[in-house]
Design a protein around this ligand. Structure first.
Ligand SMILES: [Zn+2]
Ligand SMILES: [Zn+2]
Length: 128
């Protein structure tokens, strides 16, 4: 375990897991998460965007983005709620990476696996 200073209150705490917050701020953070989640789940808020969401919940855009990146907040049902893809920066409501990048990464992964298979299979020639 590592000591870290809480990103919300600045107090030193023993870091557990990935939370940047001390236990008491984590609780606040969790309540914020619930607020955001409940808000976007309301049918009348289906077309909310990040600006409206920040204003309505009082939760910062940074925190909302983090909930999405952590996979805690699913925004697929909210087509106007877009955050920048961590890979290409394009606005997306897919989560951490946009669907284009997901496809690219999938491709890269399979070509990586392919080259691994090629290089590990004895005496195979690479024809690329
Ligand atoms: Zn704290
Ligand atoms: Zn992308």
């Amino acid at each position: 375990m590592n000591a870290a200073s809480c990103q919300m209150c600045g107090r030193l705490f023993m870091k557990q897991g990935r939370s940047p917050y001390c236990p008491s701020c984590s609780e606040v953070d969790y309540q914020n998460f619930l607020k955001v989640r409940d808000f976007i789940r309301e049918p009348e808020n289906k077309s909310t965007n990040i600006g409206i969401l920040v204003e309505a919940t009082g939760v910062s855009e940074l925190d909302i983005t983090r909930y999405i990146h952590e996979g805690r907040l699913i925004i697929k049902d909210n087509p106007e709620l877009l955050i920048g893809c961590v890979r290409c920066g394009q606005p997306t409501n897919e989560g951490k990476v946009c669907s284009n990048c997901q496809r690219d990464m999938q491709k890269e992964l399979s070509s990586l696996q392919e080259s691994l298979t090629k290089s590990s299979s004895a005496r195979a020639y690479r024809l690329d």
